[in-house]
Design a protein around this ligand. Structure first.
Ligand code: SAH
Length: 454
């Protein structure tokens, strides 16, 4: 019997849902080991044992898999961010392709789905335009800004994160110095005391505009002008421009990072970025895709699947700041965008205006509540969060029966769950193509085309 704290030699044969290695003990127990990859033979230290499965950590790599690569990041094995940096990029793509296919077959009950090859990235490092750094306290009482250690809320400093925009290291360093000079305390999750909770940054890769958002357990910080000057200097060193410094107020005892109120300390209350030739204003509370290079490919794919000719009524549900609506508006007769975050819809309306787009209309509300009130669509695009589409929305889609339904998903398991219902009579699954938006992590984006059965 496998016991906690025992050690066992394991052949790693597969990768799990979060990119963790999987091996099997002699008595058939499945063991999940983060950081191990198929082809490795490892000595695993068992940390947790359940009835049919167990968890372990890599004690020693006895034989390294040929697919293993040296991670660029020195703290890759500690940080909770990149779970696959030690796996060759080719194998990361293969893993994601298979993960999407498996979900659609297993959860969606669809045999041999029409998979197209995953869209990989040219730039596999420094690709993210958004970072949220927790602020904690080190053992000497100094502020530490960085990442949560895997499976914990200890903050690990990592100024040289290799997937973020390189300016972030400088911003973190400047802000921790600012905290010390101005005696600003770090927030303590257990006591609910202390001021600074997170530092959140967004970089417009196309426009070079930077937003820094300080998330605080209070409504003001001292010497904001001094902070703006210092952060502007850091941005300039990277050829960027600090366009916006904001304070987000979050006084709740919660894991949710952002509060509802945001105060502008310097510059604009948003930054602008561009995808293709469409410009987008982005507020701190609004969603915006994190990998601009891959986002363009994602939207081009969604456009191809939508098959617009200029005569269609298009619904863009879960539209965020109206990116897909506006990107596709020139190919449709009329676009209706629906999004639950009011700030994002304000951005979407403004974004239509700044791009001179007059055939897009935007509504604040839940897609499932607003969709039934919209004019009948020819094509629907949905791009829900990880939990997938609401059941009520699926019913509405089955009733209005658009000619085409394009489903953009960031979680293949919920996508597959929804596909099962959508393909039970009304739609056929025509095309499936994963897009690698989140390189070095286990996450994968997927675009799917369903067409109406006549
Ligand atoms: N299509 C956009 C946004 C996708 S992210 C883009 O590509 O940028 C998913 C969005 O759905 C987020 O903006 C989130 O705020 C929004 N959302 C979450 N639940 C929703 C619901 N029930 N109805 C409408 N929008 C919702």
């Amino acid at each position: 019997m496998l016991a906690k704290n025992s050690e066992i030699e394991l052949n790693i044969t597969a990768l799990g849902n979060d990119g963790e290695g999987i091996g099997r003990s002699g008595d058939g127990i499945t063991i999940f080991v983060p950081g191990a990859v198929p082809g490795d033979v490892i000595l695993a230290h068992i940390t947790k044992v359940k009835k049919t499965y167990a968890y372990g950590i890599v004690k020693e790599i006895l034989t390294a898999s040929k697919d293993r690569v040296e991670p660029k990041c020195p703290v890759a094995s500690k940080c909770g961010g990149c779970t696959l940096q030690h796996l060759s990029y080719e194998k990361q793509l293969e893993y994601k392709q298979n993960k999407v296919r498996d979900c659609i077959e297993r959860i969606g009950g669809i045999v041999d789905p029409p998979m197209e090859p995953i869209v990989g990235a040219e730039n596999t490092y420094f690709y993210r335009n958004k970072a949220q750094f927790p602020v904690g306290t080190d053992k000497d009482g100094n502020p530490v800004i960085g990442f949560y250690r895997r499976h914990s809320h200890d903050v690990v400093n990592n100024p040289d994160c290799v997937i973020q925009a390189p300016v972030n290291g400088g911003i973190m360093k400047a802000f921790s110095e600012f905290m010390v000079e101005n005696s600003l305390s770090s927030y303590n999750e257990e006591t609910g005391k202390g001021l600074i909770r997170h530092v959140y940054t967004r970089v417009g890769f196309a426009t070079k505009e930077v937003m820094v958002c300080i998330v605080a357990n209070g409504k003001e910080i001292p010497n904001a002008a001094g902070l703006a000057e210092r952060l502007s200097g850091v941005c300039k060193e990277h050829g960027l421009n600090l366009a916006s410094l904001v304070l987000n107020v979050n006084r709740e005892k919660t894991n949710v990072i952002l509060g509802k109120e945001t105060i502008t300390l310097y510059g604009k209350d948003h930054i602008t970025d561009k995808i293709g030739d469409v410009a987008f204003n982005i507020s701190p509370l609004s969603f915006y895709q994190v990998n601009p290079e891959q986002t363009k490919k994602l939207y081009d794919l969604a456009a191809e699947y939508a098959g617009l000719t200029g005569n269609e009524v298009l619904w863009d549900l879960y539209c965020g700041i109206g990116t897909i609506s506006l990107y596709l508006s020139r190919k449709a007769k009329k676009v209706y965008g629906v999004e639950i975050i009011p700030e994002a819809i304000e951005n979407a309306k403004e974004n239509a205006r700044i791009n001179g787009i007059i055939n897009a209309e935007f509504f604040t509300g839940a897609s499932e509540d607003v969709a039934p009130k919209l004019p009948t669509p020819d094509v629907i695009i949905v791009d829900p969060p990880r939990k997938g589409c609401d059941e009520k929305l699926i019913s509405t889609i089955l009733e209005v029966k658009p000619r085409r339904l394009v489903y953009v998903s960031c979680d293949p398991a919920t996508l597959a769950r929804d596909l099962k219902i959508l393909t039970a009579g009304v739609f056929t699954l025509n095309r499936v193509r994963p897009v690698d938006q989140f390189i070095h992590s286990g996450h994968v984006e997927t675009v799917v085309l369903l067409t109406r059965v006549n």
